[in-house]
Design a protein around this ligand. Structure first.
Ligand code: MLT
Ligand code: ZN
Length: 470
C-alpha cells in the first residue's frame, strides 16, 4: 500500500489546525520519533503533529483519510515491538500534549484520563485518594497510559491484578475518517452489544486513535513485603513459581531474573549506590511481593512461601519491609531491560506459556540459543509464565545475526505455541514479530482480523505495516 507524500499544502493545513509550533519538520525531532525502544529500527515520519484536543485529532484524521496520508499514533516511545515507528513515513501523531487527568471519581473508584499522561503520575494521583491503578510496566516512570492501552501492557503486578484490559471500562476514540466514537460505559458490568472497548485495547494504533480512557480503580493496599530469593539453579527458580502459587498465596509480583540480568542491572546502577553483589554460585533470583492491609498476615504469607520452596533453595532469603529497601530492589528489576540492551544490538522476544511450562521454556530457550550460537539473557513475570528473552548480538557476525537468530526465534515461538502459549504477552506484535504471526493464527483467523481492520480503517492509513505479515 502506498501513501501520498506530504507536501507544502498539507503542512499549511496542519498549521491552520494546530498552530505552527505543533507541526514539526525539524530533522532532529523527526529522528527522535523515527524509533522507540525496539531493536535498532528507525523509520522517519515526514511530519510530527502534536494535537492537544480531540477536535484537532478529528480534523487531522479526516484530512489524512481524504488525502491518503498515513498516520502513526505515538505515546512516549518506550514500546518494544515497534508500534510507534512510522514505518511508511507520513504523520507521527504525537500524543504528549494530551496529558490531562480529567477526573478521579472517588465515589465509584474510576479515573478518566487523556492518553498522554505518564503511567506513574496517574498511579500517584489516584494513590493520593487511597486508590490503586495496579498495572505497572517496567517503564512506568516514562511510558504513557495511552500507549499502555494500545499495547495492552502488563508488568510485574499482573500476576495478582491483571493487565490493562482488566481496567479499561470505556474509551473515546477517533476513527480513521475522523468520526468520534465512545465505547463501553462507566459501570463495572456491561453486557450490551459487541465489546468494542476491548477490541481497541491492544490494537496497537491500527484501528483508531485513543483520545480518552476511563479506568477502573481498586483500594490501595496499605502494606507490602518484598522477598528476594536467590537460587543456585535457574531451573529450581522457575520450578519454585508454581510451588508458591499452589500454596494458595497469590503474590502481587513474582518475578524471575537470571544471574546475568541482575548482574547487569546492578552494574548499571552502581553509580547511584543501588548495587548488590551476585555471588558466583547464584544462578537466578525470584522477587516475590505480597501485599494487603496487615503486616502480620503478610509475614505469615512470606513464611508459607519460604517453607514451600525450602527444597529448591538453601540460600538466605531477604525480606524487605521498608519502602526504601523495596524501592531499591524494584529499581534493580525495572532497569534490567535497559541495562541488558545497553551496548549491544539486541532483539527481544516476549514469550508467554501456561506457567507450569516455564521451567521447560527456559531450558528450551537456552538449548535453541546454543544450537544457533546466540546468547540470551532472560527475566520476566514468572507468575504469568511470561519470560522476556533478550538476544544480544555481542560477538555474532552480521550474517549470523541476520540468518541464524531469526531461525532460533521461530523455533522458540513454535515451542511456546505448541505449549499453549503465544508470541507476545505484553509488548505487542508491531513491526518485529509480524512475520511470526502465522505460527499463532490460522489463515482464516488472520483474514477475519484483517476484515475487522478494514471496517475500522478501509484505506489502511492508521499505523500501516504493523501486526500483519507483508
Ligand atoms: C520488563 O518487564 O522489564 C519490560 O517488559 C521491559 C523489557 O522487557 O525490556
Ligand atoms: Zn515486562
Amino acid at each position: 500500500m502506498s501513501f501520498k507524500v506530504i507536501e507544502k499544502k498539507d503542512l499549511d493545513f496542519f498549521n491552520k489546525i494546530l498552530g505552527g509550533n505543533f507541526v514539526v519538520t525539524d530533522p532532529e525531532m523527526l529522528k527522535e520519533n523515527s524509533h522507540d525502544e525496539t531493536e535498532d529500527l528507525s523509520f522517519f515520519p515526514e511530519v510530527i503533529l502534536l494535537p492537544h484536543k480531540t477536535a484537532e485529532i478529528q480534523k487531522v484524521l479526516s484530512y489524512c483519510n481524504e488525502n491518503n496520508i498515513c498516520v502513526t499514533p505515538r505515546g512516549a516511545g518506550t514500546g518494544l515491538s515497534g508500534g510507534a515507528i512510522p514505518f511508511k513515513g507520513g504523520v507521527s501523531l504525537d500524543m504528549k500534549r494530551m496529558n490531562r487527568i480529567i477526573n478521579i471519581d472517588e465515589e465509584n473508584f474510576q479515573v478518566i484520563t487523556q492518553p498522554g499522561v505518564i503511567t506513574e503520575e496517574l498511579q500517584n494521583a489516584v494513590e493520593e485518594k487511597g486508590l490503586f491503578y495496579p498495572v505497572d510496566p517496567a517503564s512506568r516512570g516514562s511510558c504513557f497510559i495511552g500507549g499502555n492501552v494500545a499495547e495492552n501492557s502488563g508488568g510485574p503486578r499482573a500476576v495478582k491484578y491483571g493487565t490493562v484490559k482488566d481496567y479499561v471500562l470505556g474509551l473515546e476514540i477517533v476513527l480513521s475518517d475522523g468520526k468520534i466514537i465512545r465505547t463501553g460505559t462507566r459501570t463495572l458490568k456491561d453486557a450490551t452489544g459487541y465489546d468494542i472497548t476491548h477490541l481497541i485495547v491492544g490494537s496497537e494504533g491500527t484501528l483508531a486513535v485513543i483520545t480518552e480512557i476511563t479506568l477502573k480503580l481498586i483500594p490501595f493496599p496499605k502494606k507490602r513485603l518484598l522477598m528476594s530469593i536467590p537460587f543456585t539453579s535457574e531451573e529450581n527458580a522457575t520450578k519454585a513459581v508454581n510451588v508458591i502459587l499452589k500454596m494458595g498465596v497469590i503474590p502481587s509480583a513474582l518475578e524471575f531474573m537470571e544471574r546475568e540480568a541482575l548482574k547487569r542491572s546492578s552494574e548499571f546502577l552502581k553509580e547511584s549506590s543501588v548495587y548488590i553483589e551476585v555471588p558466583e554460585r547464584i544462578e537466578a533470583h525470584l522477587l516475590v511481593e505480597v501485599d494487603g492491609n496487615d503486616t502480620d498476615d503478610l509475614y505469615n504469607e512470606a513464611e508459607v512461601i519460604t517453607e514451600a520452596i525450602s527444597s529448591l533453595t538453601e540460600e538466605d532469603i531477604a525480606v524487605a519491609e521498608l519502602k526504601q529497601e523495596q524501592d531499591k530492589l524494584w529499581k534493580l528489576r525495572r532497569v534490567i531491560g535497559e541495562a541488558v540492551k545497553m551496548g549491544s544490538i539486541y532483539k527481544e522476544v516476549d514469550t508467554v506459556v501456561p506457567r507450569s511450562i516455564l521451567p521447560a521454556l527456559l531450558l528450551m530457550v537456552k538449548k535453541i540459543g546454543e544450537k544457533y550460537g546466540f546468547k540470551t539473557i532472560c527475566y520476566g513475570h514468572a507468575g504469568d509464565g511470561n519470560l522476556h528473552v533478550n538476544i544480544l548480538k555481542e560477538g555474532l557476525t552480521d550474517l549470523e545475526w541476520s540468518a541464524e537468530v531469526p531461525k532460533g526465534i521461530k523455533e522458540i515461538f513454535q515451542f511456546v505455541v505448541e505449549m499453549g502459549g503465544t508470541i507476545s504477552a505484553e509488548h505487542g506484535i508491531g513491526l518485529v514479530q509480524k512475520k511470526y504471526i502465522p505460527i499463532v493464527f490460522s489463515t482464516e483467523t488472520i483474514n477475519l482480523m484483517k476484515s475487522i481492520k478494514n471496517i475500522f480503517d478501509p484505506k489502511g492509513i492508521l499505523n500501516p505495516g504493523k501486526i500483519w505479515p507483508d
